[in-house]
Design a protein around this ligand. Sequence first.
Ligand code: G
Ligand code: G
Ligand code: MN
Ligand code: NA
Length: 253
Amino acid sequence: HNVEKEILRGLKNKEFFVEYQPVIESRSMKITGVEALLRWQHPIEGRIPPDLFIAYAETQGLIVQLTQHMMALVAADAHELQRAFSDKAKLSINISPHHMNKVSFHDDVLNFVEALPENAFQVVFEITERGMIDTEAAIREFNWLRRHKIEIAIDDFGTGHSALIYLEKFTLDYLKIDRGFVMSIDQKTLIAPVLDTVLRLTEELKLKTVAEGVETHQQADYLRNHGVTYLQGFLYSKPLGITVLMDFIRDFN
Ligand code: G
Ligand code: G
Ligand code: MN
Ligand code: NA
């Protein structure tokens, strides 16, 4: 079977959809934003994990088309989504580092932002350190994004090859602390002290932090007590379709 053809067929067949995972502000314990996550419901294979089809799309030059589609799906939900929030909500989407180097990137971003209701959202791009090879180009794109009022989060921090040293070079808004660090909190593993070091550094660099994969109250308490700005994980909610999400946010907040 040809995965490339399958993705293109899936796009035409409207098999892709978006789920949103709530992000909670530690201080207020309110949902202040969501992360949009792309899903593929294949007619025969069932749900295909995004890790799989995104990685494939990246190697096959399909990531731009897939991301354009995702942006259109999010924009279509945005008018409804804004009604769940009384203040400007953070709307995070995942951007492949490959996409940033493509000629259409600026147009794709501007089209997305223009399709959103005015002033309703603070858009955040989550970009993994994996695949971010060209530092100069990344700095240039980050600066362009920030000029266009888009915030930047480094996703899955701690899993990539880049390291703490990059944090000083990049102009960033958030660091998303990988689930692996969060899991280390109640396990007393060797990497547990690394989390404390990362949190001290982010404080010094005035970076906001988002902890991913928060599953226990013990983890949440630890993270809040150590100054983590936002919490995200199954403890609060798994990623939800827009209809269920709307009720969830209203009940939670
Ligand atoms: O929530 P879930 O486990 O299904 O997501 C798995 C991974 O897929 C996450 O790391 C997330 O960053 C990535 N992902 C989900 N949706 C998108 C998307 O629209 N674009 C990109 N580039 N990555 C995505
Ligand atoms: O972009 P990123 O790879 O961080 O996407 C988040 C991924 O992590 C999604 O696949 C989402 O479903 C998953 N996820 C979110 N919260 C939790 C959690 O508390 N525990 C676990 N195991 N996975 C989570
Ligand atoms: Mn993410
Ligand atoms: Na992540």
